[in-house]
Design a protein around this ligand. Structure first.
Ligand SMILES: Nc1ncnc2c1ncn2[C@@H]1O[C@H](COP(=O)(O)OP(=O)(O)OP(=O)(O)O)[C@@H](O)[C@H]1O
Length: 812
């Protein structure tokens, strides 16, 4: 690279450092500049060009002066003497040295603010490469300027840079000298100064790597401020559940006001005050469908029946104008009762379709057939009937069968036997499919009560069948004159003139109204509106809530009773009955605790303090806040069971479970057994009706039922509901406990839960956000095990054995 022997000896003026031998390639990239003093670091940056051999007398930058081309220069005595090791001709060597690249880092002007060699070095590394043209030009310049070996001959453009560099080197050296002197004077080892230096903020070095970035801001938790529901479901019309309005202010006609007063209803309850104006013709009428979510016992039945009966009051000829669909037979009976009370004294006819009467009888009640003289149509129908017969697809029954029964030139015409039909969904489908002349063309109101249950159990695809019948065209053979004319004039100007079909208003109700759009879609709602009746306190939660939430009556008290492994559940039920439901009643059993302690085996250890008839109760959410609940043991009051006003509805999961509990109760407490009855699914409509009447009248005090009785059953005097078996869902719980605390009356609900059921019950029902109870909490009531089994162990075991024998006997 360098001409041999041309730089044999380089001696620094100030430092006195001399380097023997040819300068090695001390590229700035390979030297750690931190380790070098400014002067030394300057030494480490020689030009790669060959330089003439001379002793440097000036400042170090002189070494950067590019050497003169040998051919142009006068021969130097040193150069003329070839170096002993050199075997190449000088000209070739000069050529070689010419091609040696210039170390631009040594001559690049230093940007302002950079004072140290480190900075200089780093800056040089980021200088963009010069273009080929520039490099050539530069080389040319160098050639012209050469040879320059004294201060005045340094290229002007380098001089400014180098002088700055020299100045900064000098300043650094002076500072170092001063520091060294101070150290010597203080006798200090210089640690302080080093410390001072260390205290100085470290220079921040940046290479070409990415600059450090601030830590990424964590994503905010996802809190939707929107709803995935359609606007009508997401933004319901809310009505305060405490709001009552006099019926007279709602435009109810005097005849009905009297009826309502007679029943003891002065003011309309919240759901009624909201629904009546929406269904009455007038400025507040909603020209679309209505969904209603109102808690149990809030008076929904009257809310939809009153405007319907009022509107039909003047009907002369019955036409099927309203259909009310409910899930059970009991509910049909219940709604029928309310409707009949309202229709009394009017010509409005109410009918039912439930299935406990023969189908043919029901058909006759619902549809009346008459023969009408119409030879043209009679001919048409007969031709059609013949075609059917020939094709082999003729059906028994139907209009063609009826055609044979009417005189010649006559056609059968059908008329509804009722204005309002209250029915179960299954039976309605049967009539739509199989009753000739059962047509829905005049239906103005379709009410679906307990809609969530009905939509959940879409048996026989009832919703689709009903909607097709309601919205579809009447089969041609059943068309009346108007429909026939409309059909014939279809797609003509006449079609516009002919009156269109009357629209049906759908009213969909439940205490646990679903927001499931897919399910609601099957009802083909038109311009729907959701009305939610709830507590004012609940409105805070109204924000955006796509989930289903249910509200319990404000007058309801809830209790949760842990029952261990559940093996003694009947004994726990007995405790609830004796201590809560019939607390002030005298019973012959159990024996006084002292006598019991003599007779009982492992219970004998119980102390007399436990004879106190109190149980420990606590709010479920904070088990520490235990408080004594004033639940008294029976035997102190003179009240007898027959006089007692309490009505207890116990829910069991199945007929077997209900029967078992009934059997055990009658053994454990015979007086209670005498007033206990079981309402099982297999009971006939007559039986269950009778049973419910006796229960309502108070002849029966305890009714054990399955979930069939959980929906809609309206017996105002039910004071206690006991969930003997855990409900299967939150909605089941809401409907079960909703059999008490109805229409503003007080009531309490007791739920027994074993260890396996605890997690679900406590999370989904007592704590879960699904059930709203107006800030109230479920109270936990802990019965002491000894009290539960007190003197009843033997009886209980004996009753179980008897039950076992009875079951095995029945199997045989
Ligand atoms: N305006 C009123 N004033 C007082 N009581 C009323 C009024 N309207 C209805 N009730 C009574 O409220 C009780 C509950 O009514 P209803 O059975 O219609 O409730 P519901 O909302 O349908 O309950 P569920 O959802 O459990 O079926 C009935 O016993 C009824 O007599």
């Amino acid at each position: 690279m360098m001409e041999r022997g041309s730089c044999r000896r380089i001696t620094h003026l100030k430092t006195g450092i001399s380097t023997d031998g040819p300068p090695r390639n001390l590229g700035v990239q390979k030297i750690n500049p931190k380790r070098l003093s400014p002067a030394t670091s300057a030494l480490t940056r020689p030009s790669r060009r060959a330089c003439p051999s001379f002793t440097m007398a000036g400042p170090i930058y002189k070494r950067y002066v590019p050497p003169a081309k040998p051919k142009k220069r006068a021969p130097s005595p040193q150069l003329t003497t070839p170096a002993p090791e050199s075997r190449e001709p000088p000209q070739r060597k000069a050529k070689k040295s010419k091609s040696t690249p210039i170390d631009r880092s040594a001559v690049v002007p230093k940007p302002q603010g950079l004072t140290t060699t480190t900075e200089l070095h780093l800056e040089s590394s980021i200088i963009p490469k010069k273009s080929k043209k520039e490099t050539k030009k530069r080389k040319r310049d160098v050639e012209i300027d050469e040879p320059l070996d004294d201060e005045t001959s340094t290229p002007k453009k380098h001089r400014a840079v180098l002088s700055k560099f020299e100045k900064s080197s000098r300043i650094t050296e002076v500072a170092r000298d001063k520091a060294a002197k101070r150290v010597a004077a203080d006798g200090d080892d210089g640690e302080e100064d080093e410390g001072e230096l260390q205290d100085k903020p470290a220079e921040e070095l940046h290479d070409l790597g990415p600059l450090p970035q601030p830590a990424p801001i964590p994503d905010a938790p996802f809190e939707p401020t929107y709803s995935t529901l359609p606007p009508w479901l997401a933004q319901p019309t809310t009505v305060d559940s405490t709001k009552t309005v006099p019926f007279s202010d709602l435009g109810v006609e005097p005849i009905f006001l009297k009826k309502l007063e007679k029943q003891g209803y002065k003011d309309a309850l919240a759901v009624q005050s909201a629904l009546l104006p929406m269904l009455h013709p007038g400025s507040d009428q909603h020209l679309g469908d209505i969904c209603v979510s109102a808690r149990t016992g809030s008076g929904k039945t009257l809310a939809y029946l009153l405007p319907i009966v009022e509107a039909l009051r003047d009907s002369v000829v019955p036409s099927l104008s309203a259909i009310v669909v409910v899930p059970t037979r009991q509910l049909v009976d219940q709604a029928l009762k309310v409707a009949e009370e309202l229709c009394a004294g009017t010509k409005v006819k109410v009918g039912t379709a439930v299935g406990h009467v023969p189908f043919a009888t029901e058909q006759k009640q619902l549809v009346k057939m008459r023969a009408q003289y119409d030879p043209v149509r009679a001919k048409e129908l007969r031709e059609k009937a013949d075609q059917q017969l020939k094709s082999g697809f003729s059906q028994r029954g139907g209009i063609f069968s009826d055609l044979m029964a009417v005189p010649e030139n006559h056609v059968p015409t059908y008329h509804s036997g009722v204005d309002i039909l209250i029915c179960t969904a299954g039976r309605l489908v049967e009539h739509i499919e199989s009753t000739p002349g059962f047509l829905l063309r005049d239906v103005r109101w379709l009410v679906i009560d307990e809609a969530d249950q009905l939509l959940d159990q879409n048996f026989q695809d009832w919703a689709t069948v009903l909607m097709d019948a309601l919205h579809g065209e009447t089969p041609e053979e059943y068309m009346n004159a108007q429909e026939l004319l409309r059909k014939r004039r279809k797609n003509t100007d006449w079609e516009m003139i002919l009156p269109s079909r009357r629209r049906t208003t759908k009213v969909v109700l439940s205490a646990t109204m679903t927001k499931d759009v897919t399910k609601l879609k099957t009802l083909r709602l038109r311009r729907p509106k959701l009305v939610v009746v709830e507590d004012e306190t609940g409105q805070e939660q109204q924000e955006v809530n796509d989930d289903d939430t249910y509200e319990l009556p404000a007058t309801l008290e809830e209790f949760a009773v842990p029952v261990g492994d559940g093996s003694k559940k009947p004994l726990y039920v007995l405790q609830v009955l004796l201590r809560a439901a019939f607390a002030d009643t005298s019973f012959t059993a159990p024996d006084p605790p002292k006598q019991e302690s003599e007779t009982s085996d492992d219970d004998s250890s119980s102390s007399s303090s436990e004879d106190e008839s109190s149980v420990t109760s606590s709010s479920d959410s904070s088990s520490e806040e235990e408080e004594e609940v004033n639940i008294k043991k029976g035997g102190k009051s003179a009240s007898t069971l027959s006089e007692h006003t309490s009505r207890v509805l116990i829910f069991a999961k199945s007929n077997e479970s209900a029967s078992r509990l009934s059997h055990l109760l009658s053994h454990l407490q015979p007086e209670l057994g005498a007033v206990t009855k079981t309402l099982v699914k297999s009971a006939t409509s007559k039986q269950s009706k009778k049973l419910l009447e006796s229960f309502g009248q108070g002849k029966i005090k305890i009714l054990i039922a399955s979930d069939a009785a959980s929906r809609g059953l309206d017996i105002l005097d039910i004071s206690h509901v006991i969930n003997y078996d855990m409900p299967r869902s939150v909605t089941d719980y809401v409907h079960r406990v909703g059999r008490t605390a109805r229409a503003g009356k007080k009531g309490s609900a007791w739920t027994l839960f074993d260890r396996k059921e605890a997690a679900w019950f406590l999370n989904a029902i007592t704590k879960g956000g699904t059930v709203k109870r107006g800030g109230k909490k479920v109270k936990r009531v802990q019965f002491r095990d000894r009290e539960v089994t007190w003197n009843r162990k033997r009886t209980y075991t004996a009753a179980l054995l008897e039950l076992k024998d009875a079951v095995e006997g029945s199997k045989d």
